[in-house]
Design a protein around this ligand. Structure first.
Ligand code: CA
Length: 231
């Protein structure tokens, strides 16, 4: 049974084929104040998204027939649904799945088993990020980035970055807390720069951290997955 949506409740679509887990999620997310619809397979998920756009999708990766990656790609490849935030549920330790999920367009992920509290925190963070817009001055903690003036200030000191380092920092800071895979970083830096490889991304990160001084610890490595700028 699906609850009616009221205008101030963010609406979620939760896609999960394990019925026990689905019930737990429906209960705890509804109690948190979300309007919750559910689907137990990829076909239903895609159909429900097209019927009524949710504000965010919680999507299990391992689903029968059409898996979560395919659902994610289907949603991202349709103009109307392309910007709906997606939080992916993945099995613990499957780093390759996490990378594939992020590259298929997921905004964030939670690894199983997880507590509903953790998922709720991620959902709130992703919803917050999806409503903030990106071209102005970005300030996170002690780091301020001014895209127009191509200027970065960390701990009140001006930092001289190369064009590639600047673009890397701008990407990471555009959505604090979001993990970017190396491939996503490469794709984003590719415009106008010489060939960027996995290894050169790592080299850029090391250099960026060093130049940011103590604020550099916010450029965090997510082992086996990629990098993010800590919230
Ligand atoms: Ca599953």
């Amino acid at each position: 049974m699906n609850q009616p949506k009221s205008p101030d409740q963010p609406s979620l679509l939760v896609v999960e084929d394990e019925q026990d887990l689905l019930e737990v999620l429906r209960f705890s997310l509804s109690r948190e104040g979300f309007s919750v619809r559910t689907a137990e397979n990829g076909e239903d998920a895609i159909r429900l998204v097209r019927q009524q756009m949710p504000d965010l999708i919680v999507l299990d990766l391992m689903l029968p027939t059409i898996d979560g990656l395919a659902v994610c790609r289907a949603i991202r490849s349709t103009e109307k649904t392309r910007d709906i935030p997606i939080v992916m549920l993945t099995a613990r330790g499957e780093e390759a799945d996490i990378v594939r999920g992020l590259e298929a367009g997921a905004d964030d992920y939670v690894t199983k088993p997880f507590s509903p509290k953790v998922l709720i925190a991620r959902i709130h963070a992703v919803l917050r990020r999806s409503t903030s817009v990106g071209e102005g001055i970005v300030e996170v903690g002690r780091v301020r980035l001014n895209p127009e003036r191509h200027e970065v200030v960390a701990d009140d000191k001006r930092v001289d970055l190369t064009a590639t380092e600047f673009s890397l920092l701008k990407l990471l800071m555009s959505k604090p807390g979001r993990v970017y895979t190396r491939q996503q970083i490469i794709d984003s830096l590719h415009d106008g720069f010489a060939a960027v490889t996995d290894r050169s991304v790592d080299v850029q990160v090391v250099s960026l951290r060093r130049k940011l001084g103590t604020a550099g610890e916010r450029v965090q490595t997510v082992r086996g997955v990629g990098y993010r700028f800590g919230e």
